[in-house]
Design a protein around this ligand. Sequence first.
Ligand code: NAI
Length: 763
Amino acid sequence: MAINKVAVIGAGLMGSGIAAHLANAGVDVLLLDLQKSFADAGVTRQLKAGGFMDPAFAARITTGSTDDLGLVSDADWIIEAIAERLELKQALYAALDAVRKPGSLVSSNTSTIQIAALTAGQSDSFANDFLITHFFNPPRQMRLLEIVAGPGTRPEAVSIIRDFGDRRLGKDVVLCRDTPGFIANRIGSYWMAAAMNEAIRLGLDVEEADLVLGKPFGIPSTGIFGLLDLVGIDLMPMVLRSLQAAVPKDDAIHDHDAEPGLIARMIAEGRIGRKSGAGFVRLSSDRKSREVTDLATGAYRPQRPARSESLDAAKGDARALMEHSAPGGRFAAFVMERTLFYAASLLPQIADGPDAVDQAMRSGYGWKEGPFELIDRLGASWLITRLAARHLTAPAYLTLAAERGGLYSVIDGRRCCLLPDGSMRPVHRPAGVITLTDLARAKAPVADYGSAALWDLGDGVACLAFRTKMNTFSQDLLVAIDAALDLVEDRFGALVIGSDAAAFSAGADLRIFLETVEKGGPEALGAFIDRGHSTFERIKYAPFPVVGAASGMAFGGGCEILLHCDAIQAHAETSLGLVETRVGVIPGWGGCKEMLIRQSAMASAPHGPVALAMAVFNLIAPARVSGSAFDARNLGFLRATDGITMNRERLLADAKEKALALLPGYAPPEKPQFRLAGRSGAAGLRNLVDGAVIAGRATAHDRVLGYALIDVLTGGADADPLLPLDEQDITDLERKAFIDLLAIPESIARVRHMLATGKPLRN
Ligand code: NAI
């Protein structure tokens, strides 16, 4: 069954966010609430909150009132996201069952109610088609989707939603058992409760608590109190109480107070976190510095730099940290030992294997490793000894892990995990996913260049993965790309450029860049530019198809290399941009040239050479970056023929497919010609820049950059719209502008400032 139309009922925080994300996936959405105006308000809220990858997608949502419930009759999937009250949900289901299409799927976004209670009293056919789909907030960004099936749920209902959630919505789908809080919130809430209570009991500094509970365990740097501020301190007692009410009396979550005195006081005083402007952290009254809540007194005091004696002594090592006797170490040990103990005691009750739990904590709470991966890192035997010292008897699963020497291992090139019954099975991977991490377990790369590696994706397709910091370009990386191109030409049919890394590439390595200018002067800089340029040209005119697999950020040179590929397959959340002006230069590796080509080929192509120069200028001068791949398509960084992948883990597989599709009869692109605006067009554009400077929208150095950019985009002083230029002409202009700009102290100041602060200097 194909899902083409989805109805979402309840347009609050979650329902409106889910509706927006369904629209991102290209689905027609019906969004209903008690009144149509509530549903409209939900769409408006998502437009403001960035729930849409392209604001135009809001048009895919039709709003209405539940008074016209019959509107859902053509929906393939109905998602209920109304208030968390069982009787309201049950009444809605009965009404829905009377109007829904036979065989349509119905799911609830409930976070606490179990499926048995939700379906009690409903028809058998309703129970057959019903499941829980638990999205996390915000639905566009949060990767986790927990699915719970009841005893009556038909297996196809699960497989359809699982596949749709994965491929179309881009989620990491985890199948959970029907237990309170499912997986992520059961363990996440326990961890938060333990951490909050213990830090308060010890009177620890908020700064230290967040520091020791963060990086050493691969947990986001918000730690515990940063996270409480983010989600809302007032929610914590509610969540914990509802969980405590739902779990058995002997569940360890009862060991922790749902609302310690300090939390009650902060809620009473309205200090509930970021949404109220004050929580564990707030801005000082002059708004110049930050203050934090002293956990011992409850009063605010100036924020201190985060440091921890235990963490220093442990040199960042998690085990050494937990063994250290100062309060920071004791705190980390208490929280993590108990959390890992708790997780181990819940298997197989909440999931069929450790991989589901680990995935849920990685995708739902942003942990780098889930609790079972952490147990493997720390050592199950070591953990058992630590628990014994606390008079805690290790759960059977933990003892089993210690006996077997760990939970995860690689068998025949596949990552496998230990199940509570003692058997091993491969870690669950959705079919068709390709990651280099998986590949590395089975085989070595075809070539390892240090700064990059070449992998065999099968079917004659190679994958070139950069390996520098933030995948920035150095001389080494350029040399590696050249070597890889030779090898691909010899041994493969097509090339994908991409990897599992969060960032595709942040551009040229500024440190190397600065060094080149300072030590070698314009000549060395020219050589670096020429090197990059010739490599990128080789990619463009290679005798085999090259597909760029873009994800995360692709800025500056990272964007330029993509623009030289035959096609781009981009993850939906990719941010692309030619951001060179932020560091006082303009694109020098063909970025100006390729954007002229792309803009003239767009369906809404600018009319005439002046409009063309202006369109490209408006992208490069303000260093515009896309908010999503769809936005990048609107801006012209992506062509209509470039692909967009919703699930990050499917990016390399989709890029490989794209490369294979280009393969039959492949011929490199023809050399383009450019008709540019020339001197008179340039004069008009310079006037616009002057106007922006006078109006205070641009700085004096912006003007210098603007003029240089205009010179390239209009073809230089000798250009004439009637006389076409070739690629080399534009490349020469880019190169000259680049070198000239870096001879100006204001440009160098921008580079230095970016290196020192990570932020652009506006001089
Ligand atoms: P909310 O209070 O923001 O929105 C609920 C919406 O449902 C409101 O717009 C309300 O007018 C509407 N509504 C109430 N009764 C209705 C009815 N009978 N028919 C039609 N509309 C009705 O709530 P929120 O936070 O969006 O939660 C919705 C569901 O999602 C709940 O089941 C909640 O447990 C669950 N959830 C919430 C998360 C969160 O972070 N807030 C995360 C995951 C799940």
